[in-house]
Design a binder for this molecule. Structure first.
Ligand SMILES: [Zn+2]
Length: 150
């Protein structure tokens, strides 16, 4: 009985000590959103939840460095700061880095055949409007002074 308790305790201690930082880092996400108060770029923080497949909790916190807004927030698609209208669909990017990655993905799509990741499984409309997407993202990047494109 005592041994079992000790083992259990040691196990827990081990688990806590080694990968703690990593687990924490992987469990939170952030999305650049339109500030509900001033409409500038704010940041939405949320945690990844779920057992089998993790997804961001739509209930999180928003903080804005522009107006100081700081509050709980329920995320919805209209909050995305980075979005591109593609025909009748909308392409969303969580962050500027991801927007740039999306631009490069569509820009290099023809040359790069090694992209069969389920993360990059987009509607057909996106593929038939690749040039349009690249152009629109470049326009956003230009406005953000991340220019010239890499
Ligand atoms: Zn704000």
């Amino acid at each position: 009985m005592l041994t079992a308790v000790l083992l259990h305790f040691c196990g827990l201690a081990l688990i806590r000590r080694t990968p703690r930082k990593k687990i924490m880092a992987n469990k939170t996400i952030y999305v650049d959103i339109i500030c509900p108060k001033c409409a500038e770029k704010a940041r939405f923080h949320s945690e990844l939840v779920g057992d089998y497949k993790l997804y961001p909790d739509k209930n999180g916190k928003v903080s804005c460095t522009n107006c100081g807004f700081n509050s709980n927030h329920a995320f919805s698609n209209k909050d995305y700061f980075y979005k591109v209208q593609v025909a009748d669909r909308t392409l969303y990017a969580q962050t500027l880095e991801k927007l740039i990655a999306l631009r490069d993905y569509f820009k290099n799509y023809e040359q790069d055949k090694g992209h069969h990741s389920p993360d990059t499984d987009f509607p057909k409309t996106f593929y038939s409007n690749k040039e349009d997407i690249v152009k629109k993202i470049n326009f956003i990047l230009e406005k953000e002074k991340h220019w010239p494109p890499r």
